[in-house]
Design a protein around this ligand. Structure first.
Ligand code: UDP
Ligand code: MG
Length: 383
């Protein structure tokens, strides 16, 4: 990559670089913004005796400034995976925005559009792009399978050692890609965008805050925005994590629980420009059920008894105490207990406890006989 950056010194197309850098978020955004901000001021307004010569000089300076603004990453190739469903208006503007940014940071990249069963002209638009740019790849599903499946298919085909995912609706800003890659190259495996200032409806903003809080507490992964479409991954993550159902919301949890290092950077977020959101109110229920699934499959899939055994034991113990107390009343004080609601509660707790235990045992037996090949994920090896 460093070599590639130096190649870009002479690249005249770099003249847009400052503006692209200016758009980028995070700490570097401010740095660059100040730099290019000052520079612009000097160039256009600062000098009253502004002459052609000065202009040439400052343009020369601008050229020279580029390499220091270009971040140096250690990635060989970047794959950008974009799941989409009926986003025909956004595809071309998104494509050109991505090109402007990625052309500057990586000579080798691919843009993989995954058409998740669109019924509009999305596929046609993608094919037009692919026919004139070999970096554009596409996969088109026969029907709509959902964002998770689209991401999974894209991950499967991604050949870069760094993978970026982003939504196709122009809500995610491609100018953030260098920041994500920058953070990734600090040694993280997954960098998630954090839409600190969101441009979504009120209900969605607040329910999403609640979900993020719950997910943070239940998973122990300390990030703020689990479901941000804009993320960067090392390829090991996308080749390891299996995103099915609607688990795309919890990729950082799946990754974190597989031992990958997860971080986040603040990213810009835009209001939806065309079309409408593809997820209705059902997302709230599905999101919650999926969270339970994720927690169960990441933490307890290999040891179901730890989950069922805990609740079974708790319930059994409570029931035992309740009925023990009633038995004491009956035996030592001769009280009638047959008509006391507490008796039924005690019985219920004991039965439920025993059932949880049985399910736990069955789970253990199943795990024992289906011990799979991928019980661990290797970071490095020399054999
Ligand atoms: N999407 C998809 N398949 C689906 C639903 C959505 O590929 O079944 C894509 C969609 O086209 C967009 C991204 O997933 O590129 C995020 O969807 P959306 O913008 O509707 O979600 P929101 O921003 O409202 O959470
Ligand atoms: Mg969106």
């Amino acid at each position: 990559m460093e070599e590639n950056n130096s190649k870009q010194n002479n690249n005249s197309a770099q003249s847009q670089n400052n503006s692209a850098e200016k758009k980028s978020g995070g700490e570097n955004r401010n740095q660059n913004k100040n730099r290019s901000g000052n520079y612009r001021k000097r160039r256009y307004y600062g000098n009253k005796n502004y002459r052609k010569n000065d202009k040439q000089k400052s343009e020369q300076k601008e050229e020279n400034r580029q390499p220091s603004n270009i971040k140096k990453f250690n990635f060989r190739k970047v794959s950008i995976v974009i799941p989409l469903l009926n986003e025909e208006e956004s595809i071309k503007p998104l494509y050109s925005q991505i090109k402007t940014v990625v052309d500057k940071i990586s000579p080798d990249y691919e843009i993989i559009f995954v058409d998740d069963g669109s019924t509009d002209d999305s596929l046609k638009k993608i094919k037009e792009l692919a026919s004139r740019d070999r970096k554009v790849r596409y996969i088109s599903f026969r029907k709509n399978y959902g964002k998770s499946s689209a991401l999974n298919a894209g991950f499967d085909k991604a050949s870069g050692d760094a993978v970026i995912t982003m939504d196709a609706d122009l809500q995610d800003d491609p100018a953030e890609i260098p920041n994500l890659l920058g953070k990734l190259s600090e040694g993280y495996d997954l960098v998630s965008g954090w839409k600190r200032k969101r441009h979504d409806p009120f209900v969605k903003r607040h329910s999403s805050k609640f979900f993020n809080y719950m997910t943070r507490v239940m998973s122990g992964i300390k990030i703020h925005d689990f479901n941000c479409g804009l993320k960067a991954y090392r390829s090991a993550v996308v080749k390891t994590v299996d995103v099915h159902g609607e688990l795309h919301r919890y990729i950082p949890v799946l990754a974190g629980w597989n031992g990958f290092k997860v971080a986040e950077v603040v990213v810009k977020h835009h209001p939806r420009r065309y079309g409408k959101t593809k997820f209705g109110v059902s997302r709230f229920f599905k999101g919650f059920v999926d969270l339970l699934t994720v927690i169960f499959t990441t933490r307890y899939i290999k040891r179901p008894m730890h989950f069922f055994g805990f609740f079974g034991f708790l319930s059994f113990l409570l029931g035992f105490l309740v009925n023990g107390y009633l038995s004491y009343e009956k035996i030592f004080h001769g009280k009638a207990i047959g008509n006391r609601p507490l008796l039924f509660l005690g019985m219920l707790l004991i039965i439920v406890g025993a059932q949880f235990f049985s399910v736990g045992f069955l789970g253990e037996i199943i795990v024992h006989y289906t011990r799979d090949k991928k019980a661990y994920s290797i970071k490095e090896k020399n054999i």
